[in-house]
Design a protein around this ligand. Structure first.
Ligand code: HEM
Length: 414
């Protein structure tokens, strides 16, 4: 039967397995995304994977700091007598290397992203910890001169990769050694670090082990879930937000299920397709004297969603829609021209932020008491000053964004 004083505490065991699980996941994620970001087909997913990798990495850093504090205040159980001095010396050396690597790998990653530079590309990508809060850039590296940023980025990226691969090698050796001790030398070294319950444990120790096991399983499951959500975010979440489309009384009434305003473009090589969830359409169509008709659409810019958390969070910001100053964009009809047999071309302007632009004509088709309005408006980002600070040359987000409207309207009751 195992002597309980020769085992690690429940806290040490919990931190060990939590860190081990997250480390393995983050190494795999890091290797994948590093390749995927340069391939057009996977770039969209890789953008989300970078945020996940950074969030997991920073969490590992915090857990390692906790582990170090715990270790400094709680002596680990002594190694069994049967283990030779040379092996003990080796084990201590490997453990120290682990601590060094577990601190330096995330720190070099953090320093690298703080430069906001990758290869020849200047970045403007915040690190947002699990979509919750922005993590600051270290030492204001992003404010240094371009040449300092570029060389620092290369240095830290190379160091990050080298240290991470050294750690992967050390993990492999560590696992091999643990297996050899447990099943070959039969000194049950691995059992000291497991949650296995023992008959001679006190009630408190058993509870602590159960809690440790549940915490480890819970956190690893939550990390897996948040990882899978990155790979599921394709726009499907849009429907989770209640859409609110309306028409004022007396005007032609919108049929919500048959109406939508979409926007689409490309980000990091991947297509995105979202929609505005809240807008109103005030259509006063005069079928006896069509030229006397009026049409105005007000779109809440803060309701743009495409299901990608990074986009949904960035779009309201000052350099994109600047929702705080310009909460709505407005389309106003200026003139109607007939397009026989029962159609019309709607000429109008769009006021977006502080810009007023003429847009391509929309189409209006009248069919009894139902009117269909549809069309594509191509927005040139430069002409409406959108994303011009972070991506002036359309390296990441396409220069043109297409806004498509499809609205079905019902003639109002008299
Ligand atoms: C202990 C935690 C971490 C591990 C094990 C880890 C591991 C890795 C690995 C194996 C790679 C691939 C390297 C390559 O193939 O060249 C990588 C890339 C990367 N890591 Fe980490 N990392 C960790 C923490 C972090 C943190 C905290 C950050 C930033 C806050 C970060 C940012 C990055 C970035 C941006 C890349 C991509 C580099 C590029 O594409 O050029 N990592 N990481």
């Amino acid at each position: 039967m195992q002597d309980q004083s020769a085992r690690y505490s429940a806290v040490a065991i919990t931190l060990h397995w939590l860190i081990a699980g997250l480390l393995l996941a983050n190494i795999a994620l890091g290797v994948w995304m590093h390749e995927a970001i340069d391939i057009a087909a996977s770039r969209g997913l890789a953008v989300g994977a970078y945020q996940l990798h950074k969030s997991l990495g920073l969490s590992i850093l915090a857990l390692v700091a906790l582990r170090l504090l715990w270790r400094l205040s709680h002596r680990p159980p002594p190694l069994p007598e049967a283990i030779s001095r040379r092996q003990k010396w080796l084990a201590t050396g490997v453990h120290r290397c682990f601590y060094l690597l577990m601190l330096s790998v995330p720190l070099t990653g953090w320093l690298f992203v703080s430069t906001q530079w990758r290869g020849d590309i200047v970045l403007n990508v915040e690190t947002v910890w699990f979509d919750q809060f922005n993590v600051p850039h270290l030492f204001n590296l992003h404010r240094e001169s371009d040449s300092v940023r570029q060389s620092a980025a290369k240095l830290f990226a190379d160091a990050h990769a080298l240290l991470a691969f050294t750690m992967a090698l050390l993990i492999a050796l560590h696992i091999a050694a643990a297996i050899a001790h447990q099943w070959h030398q039969r000194d049950r070294l691995l059992s000291r670090m497991t949650f296995a319950l023992h008959p001679n444990q006190t009630g408190g120790q058993r509870t602590a082990h159960w809690l440790g096991l549940m915490t480890t399983a819970g956190v690893l499951l939550a990390a897996t879930y948040s990882g899978s959500s990155v790979f599921r975010s394709t726009g499907a979440e849009v429907d989770m937000y209640a859409a609110a489309i309306s028409s004022p009384s007396g005007a032609w009434q919108i049929i919500p299920n048959a109406s939508a305003i979409h926007f689409s473009g490309e980000h990091a090589g991947a297509l995105f397709n979202g929609r505005f969830l809240r807008w109103t359409i005030d259509a006063r169509l005069n079928t006896d004297d069509i030229a006397a008709s009026q049409l105005a659409v007000a779109i809440e810019t803060g309701s743009a969603r495409d299901g990608n958390p990074l986009h949904d969070r960035t779009l309201p910001e000052a350099e994109w829609f600047d929702v705080a100053r310009f909460p709505s964009a407005y389309y106003r009809l200026t003139r109607i021209e007939p397009r026989p047999p029962n159609g019309y071309a709607l000429f109008g302007s769009l006021q977006i932020k502080d810009r007023l632009i003429e847009v391509a004509p929309l189409s209006l088709v009248l069919d009894g008491d139902v009117a269909q309005i549809s069309g594509d408006v191509v927005l040139d980002r430069a002409s409406i000053d959108m994303g011009m600070q972070s991506d002036p040359h359309a390296d990441w987000v396409s220069a043109e964004i297409i806004v498509s409207i499809a609205a079905s309207l019902q003639r109002p009751e008299d």
